[in-house]
Design a protein around this ligand. Structure first.
Ligand code: HEM
Length: 357
């Protein structure tokens, strides 16, 4: 499973680690279709099939848990809006002020007890409480592009990158074949592999990846993407031990002081793809700092915080609308299907025990 295949996609150790993470990403990051029973695309792909796929990748389902990003911890804090977003969107969240939020850090994968792997995609779900009962929910990950342009690609990739039951690892030949026939995924993997993951959750950037549309008070609309950039994260203290070293580091960092991320909105220009999360926009696009996410509380997941929250990326305030990216509808439907399954099951205690850190 090392290198060597004479093709344009070198399968080195990192690629394979990335492959495992990517399989997890399938399990954790796939989102929603229009409706649970909706048939999507020529192969009648449904949200149910996507969530079944995620469960298979995880080696089964874990009652009460998310079918992707199952391992997580609850956080809370506020968004400090600096008013810089008002020119782009009429959404109330961009008026200068403080807005309460609840959130959840996670790792991609359907097993809540999986050991923390540095290469597993890290997730951050946020739920901002806005005036008039509106909410802005988002679920972001720490990689700058997604591996799949379409829900169908997501489904096929999670099959191709699934761990082989005999070895517990993805099969190199199957992955290679998949990448050769899916150049968008291969290109995205190349982009992801250019940067090593940050040493901690606190030092990680998080990307919304899918494009959205902002509408201002005059009715003008622009395509946007957003990201969170870490603002003065604490230094990494070196690799901790144990299966939850990454989460334990996050809990320790949050117990020491609040953690901050700048929310940056990137404005697309005509021709920038809004329907393909595998492709970056040119780096010179206008980036507007619209405020800061401040997290000052961390808790074990429970019914009192985010255990029963669906961070559906289509829960949006007036002034922010979805783009034509087909992943968005798919994510919404798959999250809903995952939520439906876990809602009917008794809930385990969150796997990351904050009091013990
Ligand atoms: C077709 C593509 C995708 C599918 C099928 C999918 C599927 C899922 C599912 C089923 C869940 C569990 C939802 C729940 O039970 O509440 C989930 C969680 C999550 N996904 Fe996706 N996802 C996709 C794409 C993405 C993308 C593009 C991102 C990042 C931009 C992402 C980030 C996350 C995060 C952060 C969570 C955890 C949220 C939480 O803490 O509740 N996913 N995904």
């Amino acid at each position: 499973m090392t290198d060597a295949q004479p093709n344009s996609f070198p399968l080195n150790r990192r690629t394979l680690l990335g492959g495992a993470a990517v399989a997890a990403l399938g399990a954790a990051g796939i989102g929603g279709f229009l409706f649970t029973e909706n048939r999507i695309g020529p192969w009648r792909l449904t949200a149910r099939a996507l969530v079944d796929r995620l469960q298979d990748t995880a080696g089964g389902s874990f009652p009460g848990c998310r079918r992707n990003h199952a391992k997580g911890v609850a956080v809370a804090g506020y968004f400090e809006s600096n008013g810089g977003g008002v020119e782009l969107s009429k959404a109330s969240v961009f008026r200068a002020g403080l807005y309460r939020l609840a959130g959840r850090f996670s790792l991609a994968g359907g097993n809540p007890h999986m050991p923390d792997a540095p290469t597993a995609p890290r997730g951050l779900g946020l739920r901002l409480f806005l005036p008039g009962g509106e909410e802005w929910r988002m679920a972001m990950i720490n990689i700058p592009v997604f591996l799949d342009a379409t829900p169908q690609d997501f489904y096929e990739r999670t099959l191709a990158f699934a761990p082989d039951p005999a070895t517990g690892k993805p099969d190199a030949a199957t992955m290679k074949q998949y990448l050769e026939s899916h150049p968008k995924t291969a290109a995205a993997l190349g982009v992801i592999e250019q940067g090593a993951p940050a040493p901690t959750f606190a030092a990680s950037a998080f990307f919304g990846l899918n494009a959205f549309r902002f509408t201002d008070g005059e009715g003008s609309t622009v395509p946007v993407r957003w990201r969170l950039e870490p603002d003065d994260p604490p230094p990494a203290t070196g690799p901790g031990g144990g299966d939850s070293a990454l989460f334990d580091g996050l809990v320790a960092d949050l117990k020491a002081r609040p953690l901050r991320w700048r929310l940056v909105v990137v404005v697309g220009e005509p021709g920038d793809p809004t329907d393909d999360a595998t492709r970056m926009w040119p780096s010179d696009r206008r980036a507007v700092h619209v405020g800061t996410v401040v997290l000052d509380r961390v808790d074990t997941e429970s019914a009192d915080n985010v255990q029963d929250v669906n961070f559906d990326p289509l829960v949006l305030p007036n002034g922010i609308e979805p783009s034509d990216d087909p992943l968005l509808q798919a994510r919404s439907a798959a999250y809903s299907e995952s939520y439906r399954r876990r809602a009917g099951e008794s809930k385990p205690t969150g796997a990351v025990l904050v009091r013990e850190v």
